[in-house]
Design a protein around this ligand. Structure first.
Ligand code: ADP
Ligand code: TRP
Length: 320
């Protein structure tokens, strides 16, 4: 089984990225042949600063490796080191109905937020389909917000197969129920673009402040809270550690637990959860040559496979 996923270097990675995508992906390294990449081409649809993209790309590599991506088990690479994917994207775009792209919620949401409607943003799902199909991927671990992109990938593959004969394998998404949509500190989906994130790595004081600033209602500590499962700090605790989360949900429901203490626990559990990864990340950051060598090695492996599949698609469509 081949497993594949990607993450954009468009900002600092957060708990939503970690629990929604990175941890499931890391867990799957032992279940098959895993391919994970940094989607730098995709980041060009929202980030227009070259230096920042370069920095973010290294940061994503450090974050992922520190969190447990094992380059001996997984092929880890930068999307743009396999330029074949852009050629496949063109082939796929010729069988992609406009209506399908017009219905893409991620595109519609971004336009509604006032982002300029560039062609790259519109064609984003086609490049993503190419990412997935070019590695004959079977399983794609992602958060819930990527579900529609996976459906589009399957539809595009079906269209191409119908037009030119069986060429692509249809991938399945893997979306984990419990952590498919991690809430941010404002209760909305945690997202780089909403400014509501708790980063995986960062400065302790800043992050403690962020957690302690999570808004709570004005009920007194002694009040029992029958709606404890709706509490944001409880929900985040449950994402990080289900047992501790349930325990604190019970305490809050019974009454006697103040919101300050609850948030303090949330911060401590979160900080401790990433303690080992934090040390590892600091070590890796001292060795960027080693990190770059991992990406280069991964790119060579990924490219060999991509060339094979692209060749198949070129032959099927009469380019060869
Ligand atoms: P962001 O919304 O912060 O820009 P991305 O779109 O780059 O995040 O997402 C990278 C991966 O992390 C995707 O697989 C996505 O589904 C997952 N992800 C992002 N935010 C969350 C979240 N709040 N809960 C669960 N998964 C998430
Ligand atoms: N669109 C994904 C995101 O924003 C990133 C991505 C690009 C991806 N190509 C992919 C994810 C292929 C899975 C498979 O999170």
């Amino acid at each position: 089984m081949r497993i594949l996923s990607g993450i954009q270097p468009s900002g600092t990675l957060h708990l939503g990225n970690y629990f929604g995508m990175m941890r499931p992906a890391i867990e799957l390294q032992d279940k098959g042949e895993a391919f994970y990449f940094i989607a730098d081409y995709h980041s060009m649809t929202s980030l227009f600063d070259a230096a920042e993209r370069r920095k973010n790309t290294l940061d994503v590599a450090l974050d992922f490796l520190a969190c447990g991506l094992d380059p001996k088990k997984s092929v880890f690479f930068r999307q743009s080191d396999v330029p074949e994917v852009t050629e496949l994207s063109w082939l796929l775009s010729t069988v992609t109905p406009m209506g399908m792209l017009e219905r893409a919620t991620s595109y519609k949401d971004k336009i509604a937020k006032g982002i300029a409607p560039m062609h790259g943003l519109f064609a984003y799902p086609v490049l993503m389909a190419a990412d997935i199909l070019i590695y004959d991927s079977n399983l794609v671990p992602v958060g819930h917000d990527q579900k529609q992109h996976l459906e589009m990938t399957r539809d595009i593959a079906i269209k191409f197969n119908e037009t030119y004969g069986e060429t692509f394998i249809l991938p399945e998404p893997q979306i984990r129920g419990e952590t498919a949509k991690v809430p941010g500190i404002d209760g909305e989906k945690m997202s780089k673009s909403y400014g509501n994130t708790i980063e995986i790595f960062g400065d302790e004081r800043t992050l403690r402040k962020k957690v302690m600033a999570i808004k709570m209602d004005s009920r007194q500590p002694a009040d029992p809270k029958p709606d404890a499962d709706q509490n944001l700090a409880v929900q985040l605790l449950k994402v990080i550690d289900a047992d501790v989360g349930k325990d604190y949900e019970g305490k809050l429901r019974a009454g006697g637990l103040g919101y300050g203490d609850l948030k303090k626990t949330l911060f401590e559990v979160y900080w401790e959860h990433f303690a080992v990864a934090r040390t590892k990340r600091a070590e890796l950051a001292e060795h960027s040559d080693y990190v770059n060598a991992i990406l280069k090695d991964g790119a060579a492996k990924a490219r060999a496979l991509a060339q094979k599949v692209l060749h198949r698609a070129r032959r099927a469509s009469g380019l060869e």
